[in-house]
Design a protein around this ligand. Structure first.
Ligand code: IDP
Ligand code: MG
Length: 149
């Protein structure tokens, strides 16, 4: 089983879309193994988005991501990283495939509602940045046999 990191951005919280977004991951079968709400500091946001420092959109991204509370979670399941990215849709909501979170709920790149790790290695780094080991739970659900073969 793979784990990935997903975060509902401030626009998702402000627009009352936390339930709608979490619902889509749960409906797909992904298991929530960690979840918390917080407002990112500038320093923490720079750590999270370190790879984007210096890019033209970075200042706007920093302002956006620190502008209000976010909901962070770790999801577990078969190919969780790729599955979560597919459920989120492309970075630009205007070009994302219909049926994805970004296409169905958003329009612009700088208000694209959700972050998700882009690969298994990034997922491990981001999970370690956001969660202490004791904040992640291993448990089984009675429905697991109907989701995992
Ligand atoms: P991702 O979130 O799909 O992995 P990244 O390229 O890692 O996309 O970019 C991180 C975030 O930075 C995006 O989700 C988006 O919010 C923001 N971003 C990226 N490119 C642009 C841009 O050209 N304009 C405005 N915001 C951008
Ligand atoms: Mg990214």
């Amino acid at each position: 089983m793979e784990r990935t990191f997903v975060m509902i951005k401030p626009d998702g919280v402000q627009r009352g879309l936390v339930g709608e977004i979490v619902r889509r991951f749960e409906a797909r079968g992904l298991k929530i193994v960690g979840m918390k709400m917080l407002q990112m500091s500038n320093d923490f946001a720079k750590k999270h988005y370190e790879v984007h420092i210096g890019k033209p959109f970075f200042d706007g991204l920093l302002k956006y991501i620190t502008s209000g509370p976010v909901v962070a979670m770790v999801l577990e399941g078969t190919e969780a990283v790729a599955a979560a990215r597919a459920t989120m849709g492309a970075t630009n909501p205007a070009k994302a495939a219909p049926g994805t979170i970004r296409a169905d709920l958003g329009l612009e790149m700088g208000r694209n509602l959700i972050h998700g790790s882009d690969g298994p290695e990034t997922a491990q780094t981001e999970i370690a940045l956001w969660f202490k080991p004791e904040e992640l739970l291993s448990y089984s659900r009675t429905i697991d046999a109907w989701i995992f073969e």
